[in-house]
Write a protein that binds this ligand. Structure first.
Ligand code: ADP
Ligand code: MG
Length: 225
């Protein structure tokens, strides 16, 4: 089943005051199957983050079409888009974006505060998310005490605690050594196989990309398989 499809996607950044406009995406056609693990590769500035932001409904395309589970997204209201964003996506970033002074529990429970889930269920949802990434023994640890690989696993737990359909990962192994990077790619693979989560990962690293089901290359704002 196709979970996500974009057609003829184009993104132009127009400066508010003078300067040149930038065409970040010129014509992107892209579809992803449910439970697929997809890599997007491309040089710095090629439009990878722009594409992830549009897919994650954090930004809008200049033109083109976007379908989630076959339903057209760009015509949805802002409120509907916000609901889709919460229901469909979990984000993982290169620098983890965790609150260093807080515990693992506090970090992973943050998305639940913005969800409709009952606070009574928080503890068990956080625990389940941490078990899925093998970090359940660190639930009370302060994030600053963890290694880079452990921090990224906590960030993945935070991304899945709301049970999203799709994880969007922007260079998730970029700050890690290759062995730790392998653990992170294995962690994503496990989420695809065991939970049917779809993973779309941007990476610079060919070895990391080769762990995926399919690899897309982006250059000059165009995407190719
Ligand atoms: P990548 O993630 O592949 O490094 P980006 O998607 O961040 O690439 O950027 C693609 C192009 O769009 C680059 O030329 C970048 O400078 C430009 N760009 C990205 N974000 C903005 C923005 N908010 N305003 C203007 N230009 C931008
Ligand atoms: Mg980027």
């Amino acid at each position: 089943m196709t979970v996500l499809e974009v057609k003829n996607l184009k993104k132009i950044y127009r400066p508010r005051f003078g300067g040149n406009q930038v065409q970040a995406l010129s014509c992107v056609n892209f579809s992803v199957e449910e439970g697929e693990y997809v890599a997007i590769m491309g040089e710095s500035g090629s439009g990878k983050t722009t594409l992830l932001n549009i897919i994650g409904l954090a930004d809008t395309a200049t033109s083109g079409q976007y379908f989630l589970d076959g339903k057209n997204v760009e015509s949805a209201s802002d409120a509907k888009q916000a609901e889709l964003r919460n229901r469909y996506f979990g984000y993982v970033l290169q620098d983890y974006a965790l609150l260093e002074a807080e515990t693992v529990y506090e970090n992973v429970s943050i998305p639940l505060i913005f969800s409709k889930k009952k606070s009574k269920s928080f503890q068990s949802l956080v625990r389940a998310a941490l078990e899925a990434v093998g970090m359940e023994n660190h639930i009370k640890t302060q994030v600053s005490k963890l290694s880079g690989g452990q921090k990224q696993r906590v960030a993945i737990a935070r991304a899945i605690v709301n049970e999203p359909k799709i994880i969007l990962a922007d260079e998730p192994t970029g700050a890690l050594d290759s062995k730790t990077g392998e653990q992170i790619t294995a962690c994503f693979r496990k989420l695809c196989t065991e939970k049917g989560i779809t993973v779309i990962m941007v990476t610079h690293d060919k070895q990391v990309a080769e762990c995926c089901d399919s690899i897309f290359q982006i250059s000059d704002g165009k995407l190719q398989k």
